[in-house]
Ligand binder design. Structure first.
Ligand code: COS
Length: 337
């Protein structure tokens, strides 16, 4: 993947990457999601972790950190560390504490459910310099994996998406140079939100790719499985399920494309980005559920691919902001509009 530049697709050419846009990335992620959501998320989440550097990094930070991701001899990964045990949907309530001491910060706290945790070379870590300031105290840091005080905790044993590693991170009196702050102290929440605004169509596209794979399996099974003397696709109950599945995939894809295209045009796409994420991933869950249903009892067995697809679909409705949070973001935009 690194040799094909898939792990750094959004890195501009001036920093050694292919300089692809959000729409290009959405198309790539759909294809990877079609193959395996676990592999696709390890790659896609790496691209998401790059975004804070692209959005908020100084020229020096970009040169230093982006070049590691584009080095084809020794390609490295990065990870986005926002979520905490008590701060999931309510990201502004995070508790990881950063205290300024001279030319560095001392960071203490925990992160959980971090994709590529333990395999990344560096992390974008969000910590607060003052919890009483709520979101305005949150600061983004670039943290090297080999920093003293940094350790990897529990590696999660997940229902699906099992080809990507998900880990807990522990920071104990971890010293990070002040020059590793992204943008400025107190700007981290905005960096995180701007990152998620751009990344969400890609998560929708993961869902579209997965839904497509599940649909193809269900279609091929329905053509060859004979009951009541004919292939079950000739039974209207099954045929109509397949018709709905095909249509849902098309409209979910178009939403992801539209949101990504708007981002590439520099338009405000907060609303469309949230739509793309929740529609793409809700469609994945619906299509995967129907694909298992069409397979009947066989669909519940590990011998059939749809069993894996069903498990992978569930997490997509939760990651990168639950689908309820997406509706919250979208309805807030509607209220403001
Ligand atoms: N883009 C840019 N800025 C945003 C934004 C967005 N999507 N959403 C909020 N902001 C800004 C607001 O404009 C506000 O700015 P001011 O300080 O100028 O007033 C500030 O951020 C705080 O906004 P708000 O009060 O709405 O923040 P909340 O704490 O209520 O949280 C949500 C808002 C729910 C949107 C946020 O907590 C969230 O996205 N949660 C989900 C987190 C997530 O996706 N986690 C997944 C793990 S990361 S892989």
């Amino acid at each position: 993947a690194a040799r094909l530049n898939l792990t750094c697709s959004g890195v501009p050419e001036e920093y050694g990457g292919p300089g692809l846009g959000t729409l290009d990335n959405v198309i790539i992620i759909e294809e990877l999601g079609w193959g395996c959501v676990g592999i696709a998320s390890a790659i896609a989440l790496n691209n998401i972790a790059i975004l804070p550097v692209l959005l908020a990094g100084t020229e020096e930070q970009k040169r230093e950190y982006l070049s590691r991701l584009t080095d084809q001899e020794n390609p490295r990964l990065c990870a986005f560390a926002l979520t905490e045990p008590e701060a999931g949907s309510d990201a502004a309530s995070l508790k990881t504490r950063a205290t300024r001491e001279g030319d560095h910060y001392v960071i203490n706290g925990n992160k959980c459910f971090i994709t590529n945790g333990g395999v990344a070379d560096f992390y974008t870590v969000f910590a607060t310099v003052d919890p009483s300031r709520k979101h305005a105290g949150i600061t983004a840091f670039l943290v090297e994996a080999d920093t003293p005080g940094f350790s990897v905790g529990k590696i999660e044993h997940k229902m699906g998406m099992r080809a990507s590693q998900t880990a807990e991170l522990i920071f104990t009196d971890m010293k990070v140079p002040a020059e590793n702050v992204l943008r400025e102290e107190g700007q981290g929440f905005y960096v995180a939100m701007e990152t998620l605004d751009i990344s969400r169509p890609g998560v929708g596209a993961l869902g579209v790719g997965l839904a497509r794979a599940a649909f193809e399996e269900a279609l091929s099974y329905a053509k060859q499985r004979v009951q009541f003397g004919k292939p079950i696709i000739r039974q209207q109950a099954v045929a109509f399920m397949l018709a709905d599945m095909a249509s849902k995939i098309e409209y979910a894809r178009l939403l992801c494309y539209k949101a990504a295209w708007m981002i590439d045009q520099g338009m405000n796409a907060i609303k469309e980005s949230s739509m793309a994420k929740y529609v793409g991933t809700d469609v994945a869950m619906e299509v995967c559920t129907d694909a298992v249903q069409i397979h009947g009892g066989y669909g519940y067995m590990k011998d059939y691919l749809v069993e894996k697809f069903f498990r992978d679909a569930k997490i997509l409705q939760i990651v990168e902001g639950t689908n309820q949070i997406q509706r919250l973001v979208l309805s807030t935009q509607l209220m403001m509009g």
